[in-house]
Design a protein around this ligand. Structure first.
Ligand code: ADP
Ligand code: MG
Length: 238
């Protein structure tokens, strides 16, 4: 059973069509990357899946249930933003606890979940620090901690590594894959870095102008590109 089924998804901003009849089925537990040039609609798609943007037409089904009318909190789909979006005036602990506090969970539950997320990401020692006292890689881990603290079954990541330097970026790839295996969740990862997508993904969706050009395992996208655009995009260094 597909865990996420997107059909005929249209999204416009004013008169500008950004997602144009997008169809996609993602299996439970898959690691999917969306790969495409800047402005092709990758972030907009994640926002639509997470419920942070309304869709104009089409459907988004999650475990066979239509979710496009649900609010973001009811979907249990977590999003790690490109710029991490940590709250600067809160400690790491309070940043991670924030989604749980919004649900008004009991203090003991909050403590337990925060301790679990911090343990998974190896950031226990950072819990009382403000975000300003962290390195880029540490901030990224905190943002992931805040995303997973509610035990989501789907994790959306919007270019989570693009603000890190090259060597850290390569190390974090391994960590993200490890995290996905440990949590047993579906990951939808957005990147404009073709090497990152090739290394990380079970399948890659190559996107151009709000349309998926090819959706296939990395080797197939590489060796049997569906069209000229895919061939050029996968073949050329970013
Ligand atoms: P990507 O993440 O692939 O770089 P985006 O999804 O951010 O692309 O943007 C796709 C297109 O939609 C771009 O032309 C962008 O300017 C436009 N866009 C994105 N968000 C908004 C918004 N909130 N209002 C108007 N236009 C937007
Ligand atoms: Mg984007």
């Amino acid at each position: 059973m597909a865990s996420i089924e997107i059909a005929g998804l249209n999204k416009r901003f004013g008169t500008m069509a950004v997602l144009k009849g997008l169809d996609l089925s993602i299996n439970d537990g898959e690691f999917i990357s969306f790969l495409g040039p800047s402005g092709c609609g990758k972030s907009t798609l994640l926002f639509c899946i997470a419920g942070l943007e309304d869709i104009d037409e089409g459907s988004i089904r999650f475990d066979n249930k239509e979710i496009s009318d649900l609010g973001p909190r009811e979907r249990n789909i977590a999003l790690v933003f490109q710029d991490y979006a940590l709250y600067p005036h809160m400690t790491v602990r309070e940043n991670i606890a924030f989604p749980l506090r919004q649900q008004k969970l009991a203090e003991a539950t909050v403590d337990k979940q925060v301790a679990w997320a911090a343990d998974v990401l190896g950031i226990e020692a950072l819990l009382d620090r403000p975000p300003a006292a962290l390195s880029g890689g540490q901030r990224q881990r905190v943002a992931v901690g805040r995303a997973i603290v509610r035990n989501p079954s789907v994790l959306l990541m919007d270019e989570p590594l693009s603000n890190l330097d090259a060597s850290l970026r390569v190390r974090m790839r391994t960590e993200i894959r490890r995290l996905q295996k440990a949590l047993g969740i579906t990951v939808i990862f957005v990147t404009h870095d073709q090497e990152e997508a090739m290394v990380l993904s079970d399948r890659i969706a190559v996107m151009k102008d709000g349309v998926v050009q090819q959706f296939a395992p990395p080797m197939e996208v590489y060796s049997e590109p569906a069209n000229q655009f895919v061939a050029g995009f996968i073949g050329s260094p970013q």
